[in-house]
Each structure stands twice: as C-alpha cells, then as structure tokens.
Design a protein around this ligand. Structure first.
Ligand SMILES: [Zn+2]
Length: 122
C-alpha cells in the first residue's frame, strides 16, 4: 500500500514536469502596451522565480509549468505559466525578459514576406 502511494505522488510530479512551447504572438494579451512585457501581461518588477514556483502567485494553483517562447530564449524556458489561469511568472529579470521577448518577436513580425515570396514563385 505504501508503495502505490509513492507511485501516485511521482506520477503527479512528472505530469507537471514539462515545458509548453509557444510563440510571442500567442501570449500577447495587450497590444496597446509600449513594452513587450506589458503586452504579455507582466510587470517589469514582478517577482523573479529562478526555479519553478510551487504555486501560482495569482490563483494559488499548484499547476505551474515551464513556458518556452520560440526564438526568445534559446537555452531555456523564459517564463513559468499557470496551467489554470495562464498567469505568467518571470524566470529572469524584467529587463532581460524584455530583451528576449524583443528577439522572439522579430521572428514573427513579417509574415507578409512569406506570402510575397510565394507569389513570386507562382
Ligand atoms: Zn494561476
């Protein structure tokens, strides 16, 4: 009986030990903000969590997972995201995250270039 209890706990931990992957444009919730951080709903001086927080600081859910933003931070996840309310938590300082988001946003700002090149081929 003790054994199966341990297995259950392990399974729950494993379920939350994954990384969600997104692109910058998919996490923008406020286009009118002048900063990239503001556009994804994060304040520059929000608390920084070097390690995954055990609870969401907004809704207190314990379902917090890593969030990688393609092109924004090649080596690691840039945020922690609450699986329940989608609140973003900083992993790095606001200034660093702002720079990384700027990098990530460049990859996706000119989708029309792709359309133009397709037109030229045809
Ligand atoms: Zn939450």
């Amino acid at each position: 009986m003790g054994k199966s209890k341990i297995a259950t706990v392990r399974k729950k931990v494993e379920l939350l030990d994954y990384t969600e992957i997104t692109v910058y444009s998919d996490i923008v919730i406020n286009n009118s903000s002048v900063t990239r951080l503001g556009q994804v709903g994060v304040k520059k001086d929000d608390k920084v969590y070097k390690k995954k927080p055990s609870n969401c600081n907004k809704c207190k859910s314990n379902r917090v997972v890593a969030l990688e933003v393609l092109g924004a931070c090649n080596k690691d996840n840039l945020f922690w995201i609450c699986d329940d309310c989608e609140h973003l938590h900083l992993k790095y300082t606001g200034n660093y995250t702002e720079k990384m988001l700027e990098e990530g946003s460049k990859l996706w700002t000119n989708p029309n270039d792709w359309l133009d090149s397709t037109e030229n081929i045809n």
